[in-house]
Ligand binder design. Structure first.
Ligand code: ARG
Length: 482
Protein backbone atom coordinates (compact mmCIF):
# COMPACT_ATOMS: atom_id res chain seq x y z
CA UNK A 1 0.00 0.00 0.00
CA UNK A 2 2.68 2.44 -1.03
CA UNK A 3 0.66 5.50 -1.94
CA UNK A 4 -1.99 4.92 0.67
CA UNK A 5 0.50 5.14 3.47
CA UNK A 6 1.18 8.76 2.74
CA UNK A 7 -2.43 9.64 3.33
CA UNK A 8 -2.54 7.69 6.54
CA UNK A 9 -0.75 10.41 8.48
CA UNK A 10 -2.52 13.23 10.24
CA UNK A 11 -2.90 16.56 8.53
CA UNK A 12 -1.23 18.95 10.91
CA UNK A 13 1.81 16.93 11.71
CA UNK A 14 0.82 16.62 15.34
CA UNK A 15 2.70 14.32 17.62
CA UNK A 16 5.51 14.17 15.13
CA UNK A 17 3.35 12.68 12.39
CA UNK A 18 4.53 15.04 9.69
CA UNK A 19 2.89 14.84 6.30
CA UNK A 20 4.95 14.59 3.14
CA UNK A 21 4.92 17.83 1.18
CA UNK A 22 1.78 17.91 -0.93
CA UNK A 23 3.38 19.81 -3.83
CA UNK A 24 4.91 16.65 -5.27
CA UNK A 25 1.85 16.12 -7.44
CA UNK A 26 -0.83 18.53 -8.55
CA UNK A 27 -3.20 17.91 -5.69
CA UNK A 28 -6.67 18.74 -6.80
CA UNK A 29 -9.09 20.78 -4.82
CA UNK A 30 -10.66 18.22 -2.53
CA UNK A 31 -13.82 17.24 -0.83
CA UNK A 32 -16.16 19.39 -2.90
CA UNK A 33 -18.54 18.93 -0.05
CA UNK A 34 -21.47 20.98 1.10
CA UNK A 35 -21.44 23.43 3.99
CA UNK A 36 -22.86 22.02 7.20
CA UNK A 37 -25.71 23.78 8.97
CA UNK A 38 -26.31 24.00 12.72
CA UNK A 39 -27.79 20.74 13.93
CA UNK A 40 -26.22 18.64 11.18
CA UNK A 41 -24.53 15.42 12.28
CA UNK A 42 -24.42 16.34 15.98
CA UNK A 43 -22.48 13.13 16.70
CA UNK A 44 -19.44 14.35 14.74
CA UNK A 45 -16.65 15.32 17.13
CA UNK A 46 -13.24 16.91 16.61
CA UNK A 47 -10.12 15.35 18.12
CA UNK A 48 -8.06 18.18 19.58
CA UNK A 49 -4.47 18.26 20.77
CA UNK A 50 -4.74 19.52 24.38
CA UNK A 51 -1.68 21.76 24.26
CA UNK A 52 -2.54 23.32 20.91
CA UNK A 53 -6.10 23.78 22.11
CA UNK A 54 -5.02 25.63 25.23
CA UNK A 55 -2.52 27.79 23.33
CA UNK A 56 -4.23 28.47 20.03
CA UNK A 57 -7.82 27.20 20.20
CA UNK A 58 -9.72 24.40 18.52
CA UNK A 59 -9.06 25.39 14.92
CA UNK A 60 -5.33 24.83 15.17
CA UNK A 61 -5.68 21.90 17.57
CA UNK A 62 -8.01 19.76 15.41
CA UNK A 63 -6.21 16.80 13.83
CA UNK A 64 -8.89 14.16 13.25
CA UNK A 65 -12.60 13.52 13.47
CA UNK A 66 -14.62 10.97 15.38
CA UNK A 67 -18.17 9.90 16.02
CA UNK A 68 -20.03 9.67 19.30
CA UNK A 69 -21.55 6.17 19.27
CA UNK A 70 -22.76 6.04 22.88
CA UNK A 71 -22.86 8.60 25.69
CA UNK A 72 -19.32 7.64 26.71
CA UNK A 73 -17.55 6.50 23.55
CA UNK A 74 -16.10 8.08 20.43
CA UNK A 75 -15.13 5.88 17.50
CA UNK A 76 -12.22 7.13 15.42
CA UNK A 77 -9.41 5.79 13.25
CA UNK A 78 -6.51 3.93 14.89
CA UNK A 79 -4.02 5.94 12.83
CA UNK A 80 -5.34 9.11 14.52
CA UNK A 81 -4.17 7.94 17.94
CA UNK A 82 -1.11 5.81 17.18
CA UNK A 83 2.32 7.38 16.77
CA UNK A 84 3.62 6.73 13.29
CA UNK A 85 7.22 5.87 14.15
CA UNK A 86 6.99 4.00 17.44
CA UNK A 87 3.52 2.55 17.02
CA UNK A 88 2.73 3.64 20.58
CA UNK A 89 -0.80 4.70 21.46
CA UNK A 90 -1.27 8.35 22.53
CA UNK A 91 -1.76 8.99 26.20
CA UNK A 92 -5.45 9.83 26.79
CA UNK A 93 -4.54 13.11 28.47
CA UNK A 94 -2.87 14.35 25.29
CA UNK A 95 -6.17 14.92 23.52
CA UNK A 96 -9.71 16.06 24.15
CA UNK A 97 -12.90 15.69 22.21
CA UNK A 98 -14.40 18.93 20.90
CA UNK A 99 -18.18 19.10 20.57
CA UNK A 100 -18.78 21.88 18.11
CA UNK A 101 -19.61 22.48 14.47
CA UNK A 102 -17.44 25.54 14.18
CA UNK A 103 -13.85 25.25 15.43
CA UNK A 104 -13.68 29.05 15.59
CA UNK A 105 -16.51 29.47 18.09
CA UNK A 106 -15.41 31.26 21.27
CA UNK A 107 -16.21 28.58 23.84
CA UNK A 108 -15.70 25.17 22.30
CA UNK A 109 -17.15 22.51 24.58
CA UNK A 110 -14.62 19.77 25.27
CA UNK A 111 -14.75 16.41 27.00
CA UNK A 112 -11.72 14.60 28.39
CA UNK A 113 -10.71 11.07 27.54
CA UNK A 114 -10.05 8.37 30.12
CA UNK A 115 -8.89 5.57 27.83
CA UNK A 116 -7.89 4.88 24.23
CA UNK A 117 -8.36 1.37 22.88
CA UNK A 118 -6.88 0.52 19.48
CA UNK A 119 -8.12 -2.52 17.56
CA UNK A 120 -5.76 -5.38 18.44
CA UNK A 121 -5.42 -6.27 14.73
CA UNK A 122 -4.66 -2.74 13.57
CA UNK A 123 -1.86 -2.89 11.02
CA UNK A 124 -0.26 0.45 10.21
CA UNK A 125 1.36 -1.02 7.08
CA UNK A 126 -1.86 -2.20 5.44
CA UNK A 127 -4.24 0.12 7.33
CA UNK A 128 -6.39 -2.92 8.10
CA UNK A 129 -8.59 -2.58 11.21
CA UNK A 130 -8.04 1.19 11.30
CA UNK A 131 -10.32 1.78 14.27
CA UNK A 132 -9.98 2.92 17.88
CA UNK A 133 -12.38 3.73 20.69
CA UNK A 134 -11.96 6.73 22.97
CA UNK A 135 -13.66 6.33 26.35
CA UNK A 136 -14.92 9.68 27.60
CA UNK A 137 -14.18 10.89 31.11
CA UNK A 138 -17.82 11.97 31.54
CA UNK A 139 -20.98 10.98 29.67
CA UNK A 140 -22.41 13.27 27.01
CA UNK A 141 -26.12 13.09 27.70
CA UNK A 142 -27.49 15.72 25.34
CA UNK A 143 -26.32 14.53 21.94
CA UNK A 144 -27.91 11.63 20.08
CA UNK A 145 -25.06 9.28 19.20
CA UNK A 146 -24.91 7.38 15.92
CA UNK A 147 -25.27 3.62 16.07
CA UNK A 148 -22.46 1.70 14.40
CA UNK A 149 -23.66 -0.65 11.67
CA UNK A 150 -23.79 -4.29 12.75
CA UNK A 151 -23.63 -7.41 10.56
CA UNK A 152 -27.37 -7.94 11.19
CA UNK A 153 -28.26 -4.50 9.80
CA UNK A 154 -29.59 -4.00 6.29
CA UNK A 155 -26.78 -4.82 3.87
CA UNK A 156 -28.29 -2.26 1.48
CA UNK A 157 -26.56 0.41 3.60
CA UNK A 158 -23.22 -0.65 2.11
CA UNK A 159 -24.41 -2.03 -1.22
CA UNK A 160 -22.98 -0.71 -4.50
CA UNK A 161 -24.45 2.68 -5.33
CA UNK A 162 -25.85 3.32 -1.84
CA UNK A 163 -25.69 7.00 -0.86
CA UNK A 164 -23.60 7.96 2.17
CA UNK A 165 -22.30 11.12 3.79
CA UNK A 166 -18.82 11.85 5.08
CA UNK A 167 -18.20 14.81 7.37
CA UNK A 168 -15.14 16.57 8.71
CA UNK A 169 -12.89 19.57 9.04
CA UNK A 170 -10.36 18.15 6.61
CA UNK A 171 -8.45 19.85 3.86
CA UNK A 172 -10.46 21.57 1.15
CA UNK A 173 -7.52 22.20 -1.13
CA UNK A 174 -4.47 20.06 -0.55
CA UNK A 175 -2.33 22.27 -2.78
CA UNK A 176 -2.54 25.23 -0.41
CA UNK A 177 -3.69 23.60 2.84
CA UNK A 178 -7.01 25.24 3.39
CA UNK A 179 -9.15 24.03 6.25
CA UNK A 180 -12.74 25.06 6.99
CA UNK A 181 -13.81 26.34 10.40
CA UNK A 182 -17.24 24.64 10.15
CA UNK A 183 -17.19 21.04 9.00
CA UNK A 184 -18.11 20.02 5.48
CA UNK A 185 -20.37 17.20 4.37
CA UNK A 186 -19.51 15.17 1.28
CA UNK A 187 -22.18 13.16 -0.48
CA UNK A 188 -20.58 9.97 -1.70
CA UNK A 189 -21.58 6.67 -3.26
CA UNK A 190 -20.57 3.21 -2.07
CA UNK A 191 -18.24 1.42 -4.49
CA UNK A 192 -18.39 -2.29 -5.29
CA UNK A 193 -16.19 -4.54 -3.16
CA UNK A 194 -14.31 -5.41 -6.37
CA UNK A 195 -13.03 -1.78 -6.50
CA UNK A 196 -11.77 -2.12 -2.94
CA UNK A 197 -9.22 -4.92 -3.19
CA UNK A 198 -9.75 -6.55 -6.60
CA UNK A 199 -8.77 -3.62 -8.79
CA UNK A 200 -12.06 -3.23 -10.65
CA UNK A 201 -13.01 0.10 -12.24
CA UNK A 202 -16.29 1.68 -11.28
CA UNK A 203 -18.16 4.25 -13.34
CA UNK A 204 -21.04 6.46 -12.34
CA UNK A 205 -22.26 9.99 -13.02
CA UNK A 206 -20.02 10.12 -16.08
CA UNK A 207 -16.78 9.45 -14.19
CA UNK A 208 -14.75 6.25 -14.31
CA UNK A 209 -12.81 5.52 -11.14
CA UNK A 210 -9.98 3.02 -10.90
CA UNK A 211 -10.12 0.46 -8.13
CA UNK A 212 -7.58 -0.55 -5.50
CA UNK A 213 -5.98 -3.94 -5.97
CA UNK A 214 -5.27 -6.60 -3.36
CA UNK A 215 -1.87 -5.10 -2.51
CA UNK A 216 -3.54 -1.89 -1.36
CA UNK A 217 -6.97 -2.68 -0.03
CA UNK A 218 -9.19 -5.42 1.34
CA UNK A 219 -12.98 -5.29 1.22
CA UNK A 220 -13.12 -7.47 4.33
CA UNK A 221 -12.07 -4.60 6.54
CA UNK A 222 -12.46 -1.62 4.18
CA UNK A 223 -15.21 0.15 2.32
CA UNK A 224 -14.54 2.35 -0.73
CA UNK A 225 -16.59 5.44 -1.54
CA UNK A 226 -16.42 8.71 -3.46
CA UNK A 227 -18.91 11.12 -4.99
CA UNK A 228 -19.43 13.17 -8.12
CA UNK A 229 -21.05 16.59 -7.75
CA UNK A 230 -23.71 17.90 -10.10
CA UNK A 231 -21.00 19.88 -11.86
CA UNK A 232 -18.89 16.73 -12.31
CA UNK A 233 -16.35 17.37 -9.53
CA UNK A 234 -15.12 14.43 -7.47
CA UNK A 235 -16.22 14.48 -3.85
CA UNK A 236 -13.85 12.82 -1.37
CA UNK A 237 -12.60 13.05 2.19
CA UNK A 238 -9.06 14.31 2.70
CA UNK A 239 -6.31 14.95 5.24
CA UNK A 240 -7.82 16.01 8.55
CA UNK A 241 -11.06 14.13 7.94
CA UNK A 242 -9.55 10.89 9.23
CA UNK A 243 -11.41 9.19 12.02
CA UNK A 244 -14.60 10.98 11.03
CA UNK A 245 -17.86 9.25 10.21
CA UNK A 246 -19.15 7.83 6.96
CA UNK A 247 -22.88 7.60 7.53
CA UNK A 248 -25.51 5.65 5.61
CA UNK A 249 -29.30 5.43 5.87
CA UNK A 250 -31.80 7.93 7.15
CA UNK A 251 -33.60 8.70 10.39
CA UNK A 252 -33.84 5.68 12.68
CA UNK A 253 -32.01 3.52 10.13
CA UNK A 254 -29.02 5.90 10.04
CA UNK A 255 -25.81 4.05 10.86
CA UNK A 256 -22.09 4.64 11.10
CA UNK A 257 -20.92 2.50 8.17
CA UNK A 258 -17.34 3.69 7.80
CA UNK A 259 -14.48 5.65 9.33
CA UNK A 260 -12.29 7.91 7.18
CA UNK A 261 -9.06 5.94 6.88
CA UNK A 262 -6.90 6.58 3.81
CA UNK A 263 -6.75 7.37 0.13
CA UNK A 264 -4.36 8.18 -2.64
CA UNK A 265 -4.24 11.95 -2.80
CA UNK A 266 -7.76 13.32 -2.55
CA UNK A 267 -10.65 13.61 -5.00
CA UNK A 268 -8.87 11.94 -7.92
CA UNK A 269 -10.37 9.04 -9.88
CA UNK A 270 -9.79 6.64 -7.01
CA UNK A 271 -12.20 6.17 -4.11
CA UNK A 272 -11.54 7.16 -0.52
CA UNK A 273 -11.04 4.18 1.75
CA UNK A 274 -13.00 3.75 4.97
CA UNK A 275 -12.81 1.26 7.80
CA UNK A 276 -15.73 -1.15 7.33
CA UNK A 277 -17.57 -0.65 10.62
CA UNK A 278 -19.91 -3.65 10.28
CA UNK A 279 -16.80 -5.87 10.35
CA UNK A 280 -15.65 -4.34 13.64
CA UNK A 281 -18.67 -5.26 15.81
CA UNK A 282 -16.85 -7.55 18.21
CA UNK A 283 -14.29 -4.87 18.97
CA UNK A 284 -16.98 -2.21 19.35
CA UNK A 285 -19.03 -4.39 21.69
CA UNK A 286 -15.93 -5.25 23.74
CA UNK A 287 -15.14 -1.54 24.14
CA UNK A 288 -18.76 -0.61 24.97
CA UNK A 289 -18.91 1.53 21.83
CA UNK A 290 -21.72 -0.52 20.33
CA UNK A 291 -24.81 -0.74 22.42
CA UNK A 292 -27.09 -3.56 21.50
CA UNK A 293 -29.83 -2.94 24.01
CA UNK A 294 -32.74 -0.61 24.64
CA UNK A 295 -32.59 1.90 27.51
CA UNK A 296 -33.14 0.07 30.79
CA UNK A 297 -33.67 2.99 33.17
CA UNK A 298 -36.48 5.49 32.59
CA UNK A 299 -35.74 9.21 32.58
CA UNK A 300 -36.78 11.36 35.51
CA UNK A 301 -39.47 13.82 34.57
CA UNK A 302 -40.86 17.04 35.95
CA UNK A 303 -43.90 18.97 34.84
CA UNK A 304 -44.74 22.55 34.06
CA UNK A 305 -48.45 23.30 34.18
CA UNK A 306 -49.88 25.13 31.17
CA UNK A 307 -53.35 26.11 30.00
CA UNK A 308 -54.98 22.81 28.82
CA UNK A 309 -51.54 21.20 28.59
CA UNK A 310 -48.63 19.79 30.58
CA UNK A 311 -45.03 20.40 29.60
CA UNK A 312 -42.80 17.43 30.46
CA UNK A 313 -39.06 17.94 31.00
CA UNK A 314 -36.85 14.85 30.74
CA UNK A 315 -33.56 14.06 32.44
CA UNK A 316 -32.00 10.88 31.10
CA UNK A 317 -30.15 8.48 33.37
CA UNK A 318 -26.95 7.03 31.93
CA UNK A 319 -27.47 3.29 31.73
CA UNK A 320 -24.88 2.76 28.99
CA UNK A 321 -27.56 2.72 26.32
CA UNK A 322 -28.13 5.20 23.54
CA UNK A 323 -31.25 7.28 24.01
CA UNK A 324 -32.67 8.69 20.79
CA UNK A 325 -36.15 9.67 21.97
CA UNK A 326 -38.25 10.35 25.05
CA UNK A 327 -41.96 9.74 25.39
CA UNK A 328 -44.45 10.91 28.00
CA UNK A 329 -48.01 9.73 28.60
CA UNK A 330 -50.71 11.47 30.63
CA UNK A 331 -53.58 9.27 31.82
CA UNK A 332 -56.98 10.74 32.69
CA UNK A 333 -57.80 9.24 36.12
CA UNK A 334 -61.53 8.84 35.45
CA UNK A 335 -61.76 7.90 31.77
CA UNK A 336 -58.41 6.13 31.48
CA UNK A 337 -57.79 8.01 28.23
CA UNK A 338 -54.06 8.43 27.44
CA UNK A 339 -52.46 11.51 25.84
CA UNK A 340 -48.81 11.55 24.79
CA UNK A 341 -45.91 13.45 23.35
CA UNK A 342 -42.32 12.68 22.27
CA UNK A 343 -39.07 14.63 22.46
CA UNK A 344 -35.56 14.22 21.08
CA UNK A 345 -32.34 14.74 23.03
CA UNK A 346 -31.06 18.27 22.45
CA UNK A 347 -27.63 19.45 21.45
CA UNK A 348 -27.72 22.76 23.31
CA UNK A 349 -27.40 21.49 26.89
CA UNK A 350 -31.05 22.34 27.56
CA UNK A 351 -33.31 19.65 28.94
CA UNK A 352 -35.40 17.97 26.28
CA UNK A 353 -39.12 18.51 26.73
CA UNK A 354 -42.45 18.00 25.01
CA UNK A 355 -45.92 19.32 25.66
CA UNK A 356 -48.98 17.10 26.05
CA UNK A 357 -51.87 19.17 24.74
CA UNK A 358 -55.63 18.77 24.53
CA UNK A 359 -56.04 18.19 28.30
CA UNK A 360 -58.87 19.40 30.51
CA UNK A 361 -58.06 22.17 32.96
CA UNK A 362 -58.59 21.11 36.56
CA UNK A 363 -58.14 17.36 35.90
CA UNK A 364 -55.28 15.62 37.73
CA UNK A 365 -53.42 13.48 35.16
CA UNK A 366 -50.86 10.81 36.03
CA UNK A 367 -47.81 11.42 33.81
CA UNK A 368 -44.92 9.02 33.24
CA UNK A 369 -41.96 9.06 30.88
CA UNK A 370 -39.77 6.56 29.07
CA UNK A 371 -36.51 6.60 27.09
CA UNK A 372 -36.20 4.79 23.78
CA UNK A 373 -33.89 3.90 20.94
CA UNK A 374 -34.28 1.87 17.77
CA UNK A 375 -33.95 -1.31 19.83
CA UNK A 376 -36.77 -0.63 22.26
CA UNK A 377 -38.07 1.41 25.16
CA UNK A 378 -37.26 1.61 28.85
CA UNK A 379 -39.88 0.82 31.49
CA UNK A 380 -42.06 3.81 32.36
CA UNK A 381 -40.95 6.16 35.11
CA UNK A 382 -42.94 6.55 38.31
CA UNK A 383 -45.99 8.72 37.67
CA UNK A 384 -46.02 12.42 38.50
CA UNK A 385 -49.42 14.08 38.88
CA UNK A 386 -50.09 17.26 36.94
CA UNK A 387 -53.23 19.38 36.72
CA UNK A 388 -53.49 21.73 33.72
CA UNK A 389 -54.89 25.06 34.75
CA UNK A 390 -56.37 27.99 32.89
CA UNK A 391 -55.88 31.73 33.03
CA UNK A 392 -58.71 33.75 34.64
CA UNK A 393 -61.72 35.06 32.73
CA UNK A 394 -61.50 38.86 33.12
CA UNK A 395 -64.74 40.54 34.11
CA UNK A 396 -64.60 43.67 31.96
CA UNK A 397 -65.76 47.27 32.44
CA UNK A 398 -69.29 47.42 33.92
CA UNK A 399 -69.80 51.19 33.90
CA UNK A 400 -67.76 54.30 33.11
CA UNK A 401 -68.43 56.68 36.01
CA UNK A 402 -66.46 59.64 34.77
CA UNK A 403 -64.13 60.55 31.94
CA UNK A 404 -63.70 64.29 32.51
CA UNK A 405 -61.05 66.23 34.47
CA UNK A 406 -58.37 64.19 32.66
CA UNK A 407 -59.48 61.14 34.63
CA UNK A 408 -61.17 57.78 34.07
CA UNK A 409 -63.19 56.08 36.81
CA UNK A 410 -64.77 52.73 36.04
CA UNK A 411 -66.73 50.04 37.86
CA UNK A 412 -65.45 46.56 37.05
CA UNK A 413 -67.29 43.25 36.74
CA UNK A 414 -66.02 40.35 38.86
CA UNK A 415 -63.31 38.24 37.15
CA UNK A 416 -63.62 34.45 37.33
CA UNK A 417 -60.59 32.73 38.83
CA UNK A 418 -61.07 29.43 36.97
CA UNK A 419 -58.26 27.22 38.26
CA UNK A 420 -55.61 29.24 40.05
CA UNK A 421 -56.18 32.18 42.42
CA UNK A 422 -56.12 35.59 40.73
CA UNK A 423 -53.05 37.53 41.74
CA UNK A 424 -53.82 40.85 40.06
CA UNK A 425 -56.67 42.65 38.29
CA UNK A 426 -55.86 45.89 36.49
CA UNK A 427 -57.42 48.50 34.23
CA UNK A 428 -55.31 49.15 31.13
CA UNK A 429 -55.99 52.13 28.86
CA UNK A 430 -54.14 52.63 25.57
CA UNK A 431 -54.25 56.06 23.88
CA UNK A 432 -55.86 55.35 20.51
CA UNK A 433 -53.61 57.89 18.82
CA UNK A 434 -50.61 55.92 20.09
CA UNK A 435 -48.37 56.13 23.12
CA UNK A 436 -47.64 54.04 26.20
CA UNK A 437 -50.46 52.30 28.09
CA UNK A 438 -51.66 53.50 31.49
CA UNK A 439 -52.43 51.00 34.23
CA UNK A 440 -54.44 51.25 37.45
CA UNK A 441 -55.11 48.48 39.98
CA UNK A 442 -58.68 47.31 40.44
CA UNK A 443 -59.42 47.41 44.18
CA UNK A 444 -61.45 45.08 46.40
CA UNK A 445 -64.45 47.33 45.78
CA UNK A 446 -64.00 46.72 42.02
CA UNK A 447 -63.29 50.33 41.21
CA UNK A 448 -60.39 51.67 39.23
CA UNK A 449 -59.14 55.24 38.75
CA UNK A 450 -56.68 56.59 36.21
CA UNK A 451 -55.63 60.23 36.69
CA UNK A 452 -53.50 62.70 34.77
CA UNK A 453 -54.63 61.51 31.33
CA UNK A 454 -54.52 63.49 28.12
CA UNK A 455 -57.79 64.77 26.65
CA UNK A 456 -58.04 62.10 23.98
CA UNK A 457 -59.69 58.70 23.35
CA UNK A 458 -58.43 55.60 25.13
CA UNK A 459 -59.12 51.93 24.53
CA UNK A 460 -59.58 50.42 28.01
CA UNK A 461 -59.80 46.81 29.13
CA UNK A 462 -59.48 44.71 32.28
CA UNK A 463 -56.52 42.35 32.66
CA UNK A 464 -56.73 39.49 35.15
CA UNK A 465 -53.60 37.52 36.02
CA UNK A 466 -52.89 34.26 37.83
CA UNK A 467 -49.85 31.99 38.08
CA UNK A 468 -50.50 30.71 34.54
CA UNK A 469 -50.78 34.00 32.75
CA UNK A 470 -53.04 36.93 31.97
CA UNK A 471 -56.23 37.38 30.02
CA UNK A 472 -57.65 40.66 28.66
CA UNK A 473 -61.36 41.57 28.52
CA UNK A 474 -63.10 43.06 25.49
CA UNK A 475 -61.98 46.72 25.19
CA UNK A 476 -64.15 49.80 25.59
CA UNK A 477 -63.35 53.17 24.02
CA UNK A 478 -63.44 56.00 26.57
CA UNK A 479 -63.08 59.66 25.53
CA UNK A 480 -61.30 61.74 28.17
CA UNK A 481 -62.02 65.50 28.48
CA UNK A 482 -60.34 68.33 30.37
N1 ARG B 1 -5.55 9.69 6.26
C1 ARG B 1 -6.22 10.91 6.12
C2 ARG B 1 -6.26 11.66 7.45
O1 ARG B 1 -5.50 11.31 8.33
C3 ARG B 1 -7.54 10.73 5.47
C4 ARG B 1 -7.34 10.51 4.02
C5 ARG B 1 -8.58 10.26 3.31
N2 ARG B 1 -8.25 10.37 1.95
C6 ARG B 1 -9.11 10.24 0.94
N3 ARG B 1 -8.67 10.46 -0.27
N4 ARG B 1 -10.34 9.92 1.19
O2 ARG B 1 -6.89 12.66 7.60
Amino acid sequence: MAAGLLAASTNTGLFGAALAAPQETSWPRVVNGDDSAPGDMPFLVALLDVYDFEDDGAYSAQFCGGALTTTTTVVTAAHCVVKVKSGAVFRPDKLVVGLTRNLDSPNVRTVGISAITVHPNYDSDTSAFDIAVLTLAEPVMDITPILPMRPVDQQSLVAVGAPAKVAGWGNLSAADESYPTAFKIGRVTIFPNESCGSGADFSFAGVTFAGFGSRDASADTMLCAAGVSSSGKIIDSCQGDSGGPLVGGYDSAMRLIGIVSWGEECAITLPGVYTRVAAMSDFLIATNALVTFAPTIPPTIDLTVVNTALRVNFTATDDGSVVSSFTANATDPTTGQVFGCTAQPRIDLQLPFCTIGGLANGTAYAVSGASGNSLGTSPASAAVVGTPLGVPTPGGIRKVWSSDKRMIAVAVKQSRANDAPISRVALRCLPIAGGPPKFAPVGQDRWAFLRGLRPTSYSCAIIATNALGSAVSAPKVIRVTR
